[in-house]
Design a protein around this ligand. Structure first.
Ligand SMILES: [Zn+2]
Length: 313
């Protein structure tokens, strides 16, 4: 059964987690690397598990695995063997599932909430390029190449037991079409599709997000459609663009509002973090059913969401 549908039968909104990388940096991890948080999978897996634990404690119903930048091609390029690379991708699911199971074994943790689910993160092809291409798209590669890029990781995430797949921060409709074709090779498995957007109407490559939502609407294995890793000030408008084109749950987990400078590998601009919670309530009223945070959001934001999102109406 579609795991999101199942959860939404008993609660009005699914609380996602927040940034993984930002929290790992707080624990002293150096993520200035092409593999980004995937590097920590190999070197400091316990820290990843700790971040998942923190988010479950904060109230997250879903952990997104540390496999965003963990592609087979990325690991191979860094000198990992085929079996090492496969093991690391599987491990991203195992760490999140262990953190979830440990959390769920505490009696008090089970009060008034659903058992959290694990979303296996699949970053876009642009994240593998590690040059900020996930915010631009137009990679100049064919649909077949995109399918070949996504297939092995999807297979490993599914095999390792992810409850759902998360195609995240995707800037391109062509890439989504490739991913959905790969998904069809795994009957009975579901994915949410989350775009990165450049304004209140368009995904980063320029296609209207309404058009993207309309294209996705007919696929049963697509469990939710929305945006992440996008400045929070665009989210309200993006929800309005998506809603008329699909009955699927809308998912939003934007950034804090700062802007990523790919050339210098850092975040710039004034933080709008204090607005996160009040904005999130507006997204919920507009009909978003999965809400969380992306870059620069943390357990505090998730705790705020859970404080109102978990209340029975
Ligand atoms: Zn992000």
């Amino acid at each position: 059964m579609n795991p999101l549908e199942k959860m939404l039968e008993s609660q009005p909104v699914i609380i996602l987690d927040g940034a993984l990388a930002t929290e790992l940096e707080k624990q002293g991890c150096d993520l200035n690397d092409d593999l980004w948080s995937a590097k920590v999978l190999a070197q400091e897996p316990e820290k990843i598990k700790q971040v998942h634990r923190n988010y479950f404690n904060a109230g997250a119903d879903c952990a997104i695995t540390a496999s965003y930048q963990a592609s087979m091609e990325g690991f191979l390029k860094k000198g990992y063997s085929l079996s090492e690379a496969s093991n690391l991708i599987r491990k991203s699911v195992v760490l999140a599932a262990e953190a979830r199971d440990e959390f769920w074994s505490g009696k008090d943790n089970r009060l008034d909430r659903s058992k959290p689910i694990i979303a296996g993160s699949a970053g876009p092809y642009g994240a593998y390029l590690a040059d900020g291409s996930e915010y631009k798209g137009n990679y100049g590669v064919s649909k077949e190449e995109l399918k070949n890029f996504h297939r092995p990781r999807v297979e490993l995430l599914v095999e390792a037991g992810a409850d759902i797949l998360a195609l995240e921060t995707v800037p391109s409709l062509l890439e989504v079409q490739a991913f959905v074709e790969v998904l069809h090779e795994f009957p009975g498995k579901y994915a949410w599709i989350s775009f990165s957007a450049k304004d209140g109407k368009h995904i980063n490559e320029g296609t209207g997000i309404g058009e993207c939502a309309a294209w996705l609407d007919s696929f049963e294995q697509v469990a939710a459609v929305g945006v992440n890793c996008t400045p929070l000030q665009y989210v309200s408008s993006l929800i309005k663009e998506i809603k008329p084109h699909t009955d699927k749950p809308v998912i939003v987990y934007p950034n804090s509002g700062e802007i990523y400078n790919a050339a210098e590998n850092k975040w710039e601009g004034a933080s709008l973090q204090e607005n996160f919670n009040s904005q999130a309530k507006i997204w919920y009223e507009q009909g978003a059913q999965l809400i969380g945070g992306c870059c620069r959001t943390g357990p505090e934001e998730i705790k705020d969401l859970a404080a109102w999102g978990r209340k029975k109406e």
